[in-house]
Design a binder for this molecule. Structure first.
Ligand code: NI
Length: 248
């Protein structure tokens, strides 16, 4: 281990060792799997963050909720870190309690369509259905409608934007976590590419990504980042329906 650590530290500033293991607290937190909030009350509302002055970064989790989402919420809660969940309507429909928990813990729920269809290939009516079904599922569970969406595969055009009628949030940092499924790689990619105002794309449907999050979030916090929701990141900007945004 020693040799590898030393070599890594010498070559790059972000060393694998920082991404390797979770502290004991996380292992305890990771054992909690309830879809509903822990017995303790919801965390107090965070004080407003001004991303014009704070070093903000937005972690965005696509395609869930999934079986690993509760433990992700546990570890985010443990660190008072916030994130945005671009949920699929078909997954969200089965998890109303989990959606309520996201809202109670000050995360943002955003729209990733209903079935992960490539919106560019759909008719206007089908695009509308993908977006509106998901809006309604989230609203029925939480009383709030998502304010932003992300087209599956990042596939969009002017027509999709016009029909979907929500600001489209893309990303600056893609970990390609769905492809390699390696926690260490997710963590190293995020820590290496992180910069102020970035939107990071990861998937809470990938267990390795959730495994990566304790070290990733700790690493970002150590580097002085404030982890915010997408709407917080863009608070000083008026997001326009149909337009695409990828972070500052
Ligand atoms: Ni997706």
């Amino acid at each position: 281990m020693g040799t590898k650590v030393v070599r890594c530290a010498a070559i790059v500033t972000v060393c694998a060792v920082a991404c390797r293991s979770a502290p004991a607290a996380d292992r305890a937190a990771n054992r909690m799997t309830a879809a509903t909030p822990a017995a303790s009350p919801s965390p107090a509302a965070p004080s407003p963050v001004d991303c014009r002055t704070a070093k903000c970064l937005a972690l965005t989790f696509d395609d869930g909720p999934g079986p690993d989402t509760p433990r992700l919420l546990d570890l985010l809660r443990w660190r008072s870190a916030r994130a945005t969940f671009f949920v699929l309507g078909r997954n969200a429909a089965a998890e109303p309690a989990l959606l309520r928990r996201m809202v109670a813990e000050h995360h943002e729920i955003a729209n990733h369509g209903y079935s992960h269809a490539n919106l560019v290939r759909l008719s206007n009516a089908e695009i509308r259905r993908e977006i509106e079904l998901t809006q309604e599922i989230v609203f029925r569970a939480t009383g709030q409608r998502p304010r932003v969406m992300r087209p599956p595969y990042g596939a969009t055009n002017a027509r999709v934007g016009r029909v979907a009628r929500l600001p489209q949030i893309m990303w600056r940092i893609d970990t390609r976590d769905w492809l390699h499924r390696k926690a260490d790689s997710v963590c190293r990619t995020v820590l290496k590419l992180a910069r102020r105002g970035a939107v990071v794309l990861v998937h809470d449907t990938e267990p390795a990504t959730v495994d990566a999050m304790p070290a990733t979030v700790d690493g970002l916090l150590r580097r002085g980042y404030t982890l915010v929701t997408v709407s917080e990141l863009y608070r000083s900007k008026r997001l326009l329906p149909g337009r695409a945004y990828a972070g500052n």
